[in-house]
Design a protein around this ligand. Structure first.
Ligand code: NAD
Length: 355
């Protein structure tokens, strides 16, 4: 592996910790981008990278993303991310998870981990036997903060869409507003249900066409082919499936005034934020509007760390700040003629002391 500081994604990360435990079969990279606001928090990805360099890049890129996301969510947390470099067979043993827990513990609380791709709640329980710096653990009782982040993410996006409709269309309600939803899984399905209650007009799409059709029937909307959703004429396009969907071609074919959804990294390239802006389409930066889930996970972690009982209301209080943050971004975007994604990044950099 070449020196990590020559990597384009290296951004003065505070810690890049490489763990090699041959006995217990662990090879991992833990990257902490910033602890300016608190411990670097972000999930652990368990993935087989044919080239370990790609694992390093993921750890660097995703930990910086977590710094920005946690800062804009108003959380007392910095940004971090761990990548476990799985072998060809993706062998995951209790010993490997124990070794990973020891590595997290060894950082003395500068990194707090949670689930990401390839890591389950049960894996996090195993890791938590070796370190207290873990979030995303099972919660007891219906009213405790934590648990499945999907519904919290959906709530933040719903509130964000309402704010966008107010800002761009001057409407105080989404009644009759046409929202096209791409992906009706945990997040997109939740967003659609919340919007339906307010009388929004819905067009849904999913690569699982039956899933989209069934939800459309339940909510009184319609469904279209997954290929057609990005060019569906609508007021709001809400991407809740994959990242990198906004590129030169797809943006040229958009027939919407607003893009506001939960999918991570919707802009295929950084300059596509400007392309949207030039077309007069209001964009809700994804890492700001989809922060409801991390707000829930973080509230759970902070409550356990501080030995407090924290209810779900505390999560809803945090989620209520998402529309305010978006409004701040859009106002600055309007007054400086700068695209909202750039404004958001600059605000995040200020918050982590790197303005
Ligand atoms: P999910 O797996 O529950 O749902 C995703 C849905 O998208 C599935 O129904 C899938 O069939 C559909 N889909 C996949 N490709 C598609 C395509 N090309 N066109 C249309 N539909 C497609 O996942 P989720 O938890 O709802 O997450 C959705 C997005 O939100 C992801 O990008 C995820 O990273 C992001 N996100 C999720 C959370 C959370 O709390 N779950 C938090 C932040 C961001």
């Amino acid at each position: 592996m070449t020196a990590f500081w020559t990597e384009p994604d290296y951004d003065d990360h505070e810690i890049v910790h490489v763990v090699r435990d041959r006995t217990r079969g662990l090879m991992a990279i833990i990257a902490v981008h910033s602890t300016h606001l608190g411990p670097g928090a972000g999930g652990t990805r368990f993935w087989h990278y044919p080239d370990p360099k790609d694992g390093l890049r993921d750890a660097l890129r995703l930990s910086r993303g977590m710094s920005y996301k946690n800062a804009m969510a108003g959380l007392p947390l910095g940004g971090g991310k761990a990548v476990i470099l799985a072998d060809d067979n993706r062998t995951k043993t209790p010993e490997l998870l124990a070794a990973f827990g020891d590595a997290v513990e060894g950082l003395g609380g500068k990194y707090v981990t949670a689930e990401d791709v390839g890591i389950s709640e049960a894996d996090m329980v195993a890791v938590s036997k070796r370190t207290a710096h873990v979030s995303g653990l099972p919660v007891s009782g219906n009213h405790a903060a934590g648990g499945d982040p999907g519904p919290f993410t959906a709530m933040g996006i719903y509130l964000g869409i309402k704010a966008a409709v107010r800002h761009k269309l001057g409407k105080g309600s989404v009644e009759g507003v046409h929202v096209a939803v791409q992906g009706v899984g945990s997040v997109g399905g939740g967003v659609a249900k919340l919007l339906a209650k307010d009388g929004a007009k819905l067009t849904l799409a999913d690569i699982d066409a039956k899933r989209a059709a069934a939800l459309a029937k339940e909510l009184g909307g319609s469904s279209v082919d997954a290929d057609g959703i990005l060019s569906t004429p609508c007021d709001v396009l809400s991407p809740n499936a994959l990242g990198a969907i906004l590129n030169e071609d797809s943006i040229a074919n958009l027939d919407t005034r607003i893009v506001a959804g939960g999918a991570n990294n919707q802009l295929a390239r950084a300059h596509h934020g400007q392309t949207l802006f030039d077309r007069g389409i209001l964009f809700a930066p994804d890492y700001v509007i989809n922060a409801g889930g991390i707000m829930s996970v973080a509230t759970e972690y902070l409550a356990r760390r501080d030995g407090k009982e924290t209810g779900v209301e505390a999560v809803h209080d945090r989620i209520a700040t998402i529309p305010e943050r978006l409004e701040q971004i859009w106002e600055a975007s309007d007054s400086t003629n700068t695209s909202p994604d750039i404004v958001a990044d600059r605000m995040a950099q200020e918050l982590i002391g790197r303005g």
